[in-house]
Design a protein around this ligand. Structure first.
Ligand code: DGP
Length: 222
């Protein structure tokens, strides 16, 4: 827990990642309430942000209403993060803790999972270089069996077993290549309460460790 009214420097940048149906949105909501009740300022962002003009193009693509070259849509997803980068940095500098539901890690692995020979994981990661680096990335891990128990897929692009299993493997490959990012895997196959307990403990530890006088890092190449 945090002492109420304690004057802090910068906020922490916390990313929540995982496969579809891992419970990201519920855990982000829980985390937001937990931090607010602890007296901290919090902002919640979800990528893709479908409300911007770039986000509307992405939304149409995900719903199958438009077809785009794999590289073009990949760069639009990245541009969607870049268009919010300055405001994320400003919020962090102003002492606001920012929670992001999906970030560059999803960006790279979902595109690389298409198995397009000219779209490698490294190619996919390149446009992310220079974006704000999270202080913590929580990866909500769920087995294919548990995911299946949680119900069928929705109708959007990528919501099928082949893509999801490639995405699962690529997350692991990408996390092994990350330097400087604190990436924690949480077993998300347990009850909501058990997962929330781990999430709040890890985030509390992260916020306590962030040097209030430091500035946010930037994502780097492998
Ligand atoms: P969500 O709104 O969290 O359900 O995400 C929508 C879908 O888009 C989901 O299947 C994951 C995928 N996705 C999220 N971010 C990116 C990205 O940056 N690039 C690609 N190719 N896919 C993404």
């Amino acid at each position: 827990m945090f002492a109420k009214g304690t004057r802090r420097g910068r906020g922490a940048l916390i990313v929540v990642e995982g496969l579809d149906r891992a419970g990201k949105s519920s855990q982000c909501e829980y985390l937001r309430n937990f931090l607010e009740e602890s007296g901290l300022s919090v902002k919640y962002i979800r990528f893709p942000d479908r409300t911007t003009s770039i986000g509307r193009l992405i939304d149409g693509y995900l719903r199958g209403q438009s077809q785009l070259d794999d590289h073009s849509i990949h760069l639009l997803f990245s541009a969607n993060r870049w268009e919010l980068a300055k405001s994320i940095e400003a919020d962090i500098a102003n002492g606001i803790n920012v929670i992001i539901d999906r970030y560059s890690y999803s960006g790279a692995v979902y595109s690389a999972a298409k198995a397009n020979p000219s779209l490698s994981l490294e190619w996919a990661w390149t446009p992310e270089i220079g974006l704000p680096q999270p202080d913590l990335c929580l990866f909500l891990s769920i087995s294919p069996e548990e995911a299946a128990k949680r119900g069928g897929f929705g109708g959007e692009r990528y919501e099928n077993e082949t893509m999801q299993s490639r995405v699962r493997d690529l997350f692991k490959t990408l996390f092994d290549l990350q330097r400087g990012s604190d990436i924690r895997t949480v077993d998300a196959g347990r009850s909501l309460e058990e997962v929330s307990q781990d999430v709040s403990n890890i985030v509390t530890e992260c916020i306590a460790r962030v040097d209030p006088a430091s500035s946010l890092g930037k994502l780097t190449s492998f």
